[in-house]
Design a protein around this ligand. Structure first.
Ligand code: URP
Ligand code: ZN
Ligand code: ZN
Length: 460
């Protein structure tokens, strides 16, 4: 089985040229002008289009038991939505509750994905408690091919860990060369402020932001950075939303702390006024950390452009508007947190980032793919267009014009946070390891073909 992509403009983080890409089996084997392919080769005409390495989403929830319910996608639906939108690899958060066993949870999350995912996948292993048993199990999980942990400084009682557990997790990560990804918000401040707001009768979705203002996130980042500095562990801040938190991370980086920074497409294009929409509409936009004041957007875009922020993720966490978001109709603290966006990240980043001149094409490829692969031990197999790399490719049509709607989306949820938004450009052909998986907004691949990507720790 071979595939030839002809005459596309190949864009990587540091190159831009027109050439053909020939893929034999699952791998890129030739890049040149005027490649002639043997009979039987599938040929894609990419003239007038860009060819990007497959995009990688470093922060996704597919199977997520959370706030008394479950997020709506399964790997059957979520991986297809990813592919339709140009994401060929996703990294899911494996999130056991504190009551659960780490190894059994890892097996459970794997069973949700293996044989069901259409795109390639791996996991950040959630460390939601830390004791001798957990430690032994984490060692086993790393040996099975996981090279990143996930911790929560928020959500105490569900996923959150205390400071002793944080210290020990980071020490273990340092020893194993694993990077620790972290949700940074001060849980005590969040829960005290929630109580105060509810007692004052402030129950609507817009109050979610007031319960966790920027300084609460900045304190979480500062806290993590202190522990990272003392242990020497490599860290990665997930879903950073605001300048206050960014300053803390950069200050720590200047002290020598190893820290990667991820922001989300939501923080780049949405702001807190969406969560203040009347008639409970704002609930569609409740997530943590919350959408911020609009002034943060240019700071985040500039951070991507200048390399202060490494990656753009989705934190895809779909909860429907019919039954799940209304769990918090009279109490914002009960609204399941999360915004679906797995399908739209790449197209939104292109339309609202590249087309508007906020970032260039190379930065787009880097923050959506290559830097993710490098950060999480997937490079150069993923995130690159070079000989020997997996033939995960996105032929991208910069002349496409379209409109986002929940009616046409592949994500299994009843609303879109971007309903009616215009797109200028989209993934027109998406391949995973040499096979076409999506074309013009439709999935056409094989369910269950997605592979678990074994990773080796490198952050010693
Ligand atoms: O609101 C969010 N972010 N929901 C998903 C869980 C998490 O915190 O990542
Ligand atoms: Zn989080
Ligand atoms: Zn998350």
């Amino acid at each position: 089985m071979s595939l030839l992509i002809k005459n596309g403009e190949i864009i990587t983080t540091d190159s831009r040229y027109v050439a053909d890409i020939y893929c034999e089996g699952e791998t890129i084997t030739k890049i040149d002008k005027n490649i002639s392919a043997p009979a039987g080769t599938e040929i894609i005409d990419a003239a007038g289009k860009y060819v990007f390495p497959g995009f990688i989403d470093p922060h996704v929830h597919i199977y997520l038991p959370f706030m008394g319910t479950f997020s709506k996608d399964t790997y059957q639906t979520g991986s297809k939505a990813a592919l339709v939108g140009g994401t060929t690899t996703l990294i899911e958060m494996c999130c056991p509750s504190r009551a659960d066993d780490a190894l059994a949870s890892f097996d459970l999350w794997m069973s949700q994905a293996e044989g069901k995912s259409a795109c390639d996948f791996t996991f950040h292993m959630g460390v939601t408690k830390f004791n001798d048993t957990t430690e032994a199990q984490l060692r086993e999980i790393v040996a099975r091919g996981i090279s990143s942990f996930k911790i929560f400084l928020a959500y105490k009682g569900a996923f959150g860990i205390d400071d002793t557990e944080l210290y020990r997790t980071l020490k273990l990560a340092k020893e194993l060369g694993v990077v620790v990804t972290a949700h940074c918000e001060n849980e005590t401040l969040v829960s005290e402020r929630c109580k105060e707001l509810l007692a004052a009768g402030k129950t609507d979705p817009g109050q979610h932001h007031e319960s966790r203002p920027p300084i609460v996130e900045a304190e979480g980042v500062h806290h993590l950075m202190t522990f990272a500095e003392l242990t020497g562990a490599a860290t990665y801040i997930v879903h950073l939303s605001c300048v206050e938190a960014l300053k803390e991370a950069i200050a720590a980086r200047q002290r020598g702390v190893r820290v990667g920074i991820e922001t989300l497409i939501q923080y780049l294009v949405l702001d807190k006024t969406y969560a203040e929409k009347p008639n409970f509409e704002g609930a569609k936009y409740v997530m943590s950390p919350p959408l911020r004041d609009v002034r943060n957007q240019s700071i985040l875009w500039n951070g991507l452009r200048d390399g202060l922020i490494q990656t753009v993720a989705t934190d895809h966490a779909p909860f429907d508007f019919e039954k799940q978001k209304p769990m918090g109709k009279d109490d914002f603290t009960k609204i399941p947190n999360g915004i679906p966006s797995l399908e739209e990240r790449v197209n939104l980043l292109y339309t609202y980032g590249v087309k508007t001149g906020k970032i260039d094409l190379h930065t787009f490829v880097n923050v959506g793919s290559t830097a993710v692969a490098k950060q999480f031990d997937l490079f150069p197999r993923k995130g690159s267009i070079q000989l020997g790399a997996d033939a995960d490719l996105v032929v991208f049509d910069p002349n496409y014009h379209g409109t986002i709607s929940a009616k046409t989306q592949a994500m299994n949820v009843d609303y879109s946070a971007f309903e009616g938004w215009k797109l200028e450009g989209r993934a027109s052909v998406v391949t995973v390891r040499g096979q076409i998986a999506a074309q013009n907004g439709r999935f056409c691949g094989a369910t269950g073909r997605g592979q678990f990507l074994k990773r080796k720790p490198s952050h010693f």
